[in-house]
Design a protein around this ligand. Structure first.
Ligand code: PHE
Length: 338
């Protein structure tokens, strides 16, 4: 047994010295020390050697193992250094080559315009509030002076969830929710998604609106005009003209639709404004006293104005986009322009 071990050790030593590559060193490692290796075999057979020799054999076997391991790792390290030097000499990394371009995304055009509009109104002292998109019929209609049989409900193609729950058709639903919980004075804007069952070049089933309202003693139509003027002049430029056209909403009295002078032809007449020189941009009015009654405010003490606008519509006017559906087709060529 002792002779055997010595022979194995010598043989391994010779073979390792002769090895000419990292690969052959790795093969020798397996040959001697692997699971089925020669030395491993000896170590396994230790159990069947006579009790009195076992200790001595074990010690010598371990010595041989350590010796072979040392030799192997020495040669392995040497070959690795050799290989590394070779690659360092033959391969070069050009650190001046430009990297790959990773295209970065950006905010959606409606988000950009919405952010701009929000910052205009917050700079005028308006607070931002939000309401639910799945809304009670009460807040979307009833509390806004539109009982179940009111013809004005037909103006909006409503998605009904149940008889009493709808997808809100406008952000005006936030008005009574905020007034119920807060006492005047109030200066609030409420941006968010709204839903109508309608689809063509100027209508999509989901779009964004921004509601604004102000309630205090002595709020007048001229306050509405002043606030809207600041807003329009900031978004469309200081030369943009405003026109208040009489209109009707059940929750405002009097009501108006506001037009701006055509952003394309500046009022001269073109196909965007259908030769009228004007573009409709939002609905507004003085809050109907009946809304205050719903909210528990005294209509003899308080007055207020409200307005509501479509964000996609404002974006279309700002950038001269003629099809609202482009916003949600996710065509990178369209979105990339903003
Ligand atoms: N809610 C109205 C709409 O969706 C807009 C509006 C808001 C009109 C506030 C007047 C006052 O068309």
């Amino acid at each position: 047994m002792l002779n055997d071990i010595q022979t194995i050790k010598n043989l391994a030593g010779e073979e390792i010295e002769k090895a000419d590559s990292l690969k052959s060193i790795q093969e020798l490692k397996i040959k001697y020390l692997g699971k089925k290796g020669i030395l491993t075999g000896k170590l396994k057979s230790l159990g069947s050697t006579p009790q009195e020799d076992r200790r001595e054999y074990g010690r010598i076997l371990n010595e041989a193992k350590i010796c072979i391991e040392d030799l192997l790792s020495k040669h392995e390290a040497a070959f690795k250094t050799l290989e590394l030097n070779k690659t360092l000499q033959t391969q070069r990394i050009d650190v001046t080559v430009p990297g790959y371009f990773i295209p970065a995304g950006h905010l959606h055009p409606t988000t950009q315009v919405l952010d701009e509009i929000i910052s205009i109104f917050t700079s005028l002292g308006f607070n931002v509030e939000e309401g639910p998109e799945v809304e009670l019929d009460f807040y979307n209609f009833e509390a806004l002076n539109m009982p179940k049989d009111h013809p004005a409900r037909d103006m909006q193609d409503t998605f009904y969830i149940t008889e009493d729950i709808v997808l809100r058709t406008h952000t005006s639903s936030v008005q009574v929710r905020i007034m119920e919980k807060n006492a005047p004075p109030l200066r609030v804007i409420a941006p968010g998604k709204v839903y109508r069952c309608d689809a063509d070049v100027t209508h999509i089933p989901m779009f964004h609106q921004l509601e604004g309202f102000m309630v205090d003693r002595d709020i007048k139509m001229s306050d509405l005009k002043g606030v809207l003027e600041v807003f329009i002049h900031t978004v469309f430029g200081p030369d943009t003209k405003l026109r208040f056209r009489p209109s009707f909403f059940p929750f405002t009295e009097p009501s108006a639709e506001i037009d701006i002078s055509c952003v394309i032809c500046k009022g001269a007449g073109c196909n965007v404004c259908k030769n009228t020189g004007w573009l409709e941009i939002l609905g507004a009015g003085m809050i109907n006293p009946r809304i205050f009654e719903m909210a528990g405010y005294d209509p003899d003490q308080y007055t207020g104005f409200a307005f509501g606008m479509g964000i996609e519509r404002v974006t279309m006017l700002k950038y001269g986009i003629d099809d609202i559906r482009l916003f949600y087709e996710n065509d990178i060529r369209f979105l990339g322009q903003f």
